[in-house]
Structure formats: C-alpha cells, structure tokens
Design a protein around this ligand. Structure first.
Ligand SMILES: [Fe+2]
Ligand SMILES: [Fe+2]
Length: 219
C-alpha cells in the first residue's frame, strides 16, 4: 500500500520544524548522527510503500525523524526510547494540538528499540523499528557497534554478530527481510574477514614465539 494520503500544508510546516530541530541536535552526535536518522527515514518510506497495511505519512515521518532524539547527549542508550519520547513530547506540544497524534509519534520513539522492553504494536511503530534495524545491520551499523566497546576484538566481533543475527530474525515485515538481506550479508562478510585476520595474527604470534624458542635452544 502506498502511503495513506498526502501531507497537508500544516503537516509539512510541522515536519520542517522537526527536521530543523533534529538536524541541529544530531549534527555532532557520535555514531547515531543525522545521516543515521535520514537513512532510517528513507528505509521507513520504502517499507511503507511496499507493505499492504495503511500507513499515516505524517506520524511515520515525525516518528522516524525523532526516533533517536533520546541518544543525543546521553551517556548510554539504555533508556533512549523512553527518554526520547519525553523530549519529543515537550517539543511536539509546541507544534501540534492533537494529543492523540503526539502519542502515536512518541510511542514510535519508545518502541523502536528493544532497550525499552515494549514491542512495537501499530504499523507505523513496526515500520520505524524495522527501518532502524535495517540500518543497524549494514556496514556503518557494524562500525558504530564496534566504536568504543570494551573487551577483546574477538569478543566484540562475536557479540556484534550474535546481536545482528537476532535483529534479522526480529524484523516484522517480509519486505524488510528482503531489504535487510544485502546489508546483513555485508556485515557477515566483514565479520568473517575480521575473524580470519585475527586467526592469521594468532598464527604469526605462535610463529614468532617458536623462533624465540629456537634461539633460546641454540644459545
Ligand atoms: Fe535507537
Ligand atoms: Fe536509530
């Protein structure tokens, strides 16, 4: 189903304000920057165009634009869905009178992430959740997942691969799985290369150690 209807002039004006707000807040954000937000918007529109269920374009775009606002300036992403919804609610109240519409948008923000422990329910919530997962499954998502992580390289790679496998299985729409597959393959190829390099490195270390032993024996 193509998006339910066209945006009204009023909605377009509100979205322009939301874009301005989101661009300014995410501009210097680490990892989840403005380009991540735009990718999630792009994937959301593509999923919405391909599924059978009707989708409200205004609620969808406002939710996709604001979905990670809770990450800005936050030390961890643990509560970014719930915190983001509170931030967005305050901001949206200055632009929209209809509280039901505001809640439809803030619920997208709360439920887009498994860290909130509240699964997406409405079609718009599921679409943004899938769009975010597709972005996370790709190369950039993998790099972002590695950034700043503690532990051995092997552990970090294994942990990321394990999480991405779970993400792929959790996608709601078959259309999303189709869209996600090339990104998913890219990530798997990348992790296989990293694992192979680590193995080679381990072999080199063993080789160097054996030289040392020969040297010690000879002396
Ligand atoms: Fe998020
Ligand atoms: Fe996100």
């Amino acid at each position: 189903m193509v998006l339910k209807r066209k945006l009204s002039k009023e909605e377009e004006k509100v979205l322009e304000k939301v874009i301005e707000f989101v661009e300014e807040k995410h501009h210097r954000a680490e990892g989840h920057d403005y380009s991540h937000v735009l990718e999630v918007c792009k994937h959301s529109i593509e999923i919405a165009r391909k599924i059978k269920e009707p989708v409200d374009p205004f609620v969808l775009l406002a939710g996709a634009l604001l979905h990670d606002i809770g990450r800005v300036g936050a030390k961890s992403g643990m509560f970014h869905g719930i915190d983001g919804a509170a931030r967005a609610e305050e901001f949206l109240e200055s632009l929209i009178k209809n509280t039901a519409t505001i809640h439809r948008i803030t619920r997208i923000i709360v439920r887009h992430t498994p860290t909130s422990h509240i699964p997406p329910k409405s079609t718009e919530e599921k679409v943004v959740s899938d769009a975010d997962t597709i972005e996370r499954l790709g190369f950039m998502g993998m790099i972002r997942g590695i950034m700043g992580k503690k532990g051995t390289m092997e552990f970090i790679i294994e942990d990321r691969v394990h999480k991405r496998l779970g993400d792929y299985d959790r996608l709601f729409f078959s259309v999303s799985k189709k869209m996600a597959f090339p990104h998913y393959k890219e990530t798997m190829n990348m992790s296989n290369t990293l694992k192979r390099k680590l193995k080679e490195r381990l072999g080199e270390i063993k080789e160097i150690e054996s030289y040392k032993l020969i040297k010690e024996e000879g002396s």
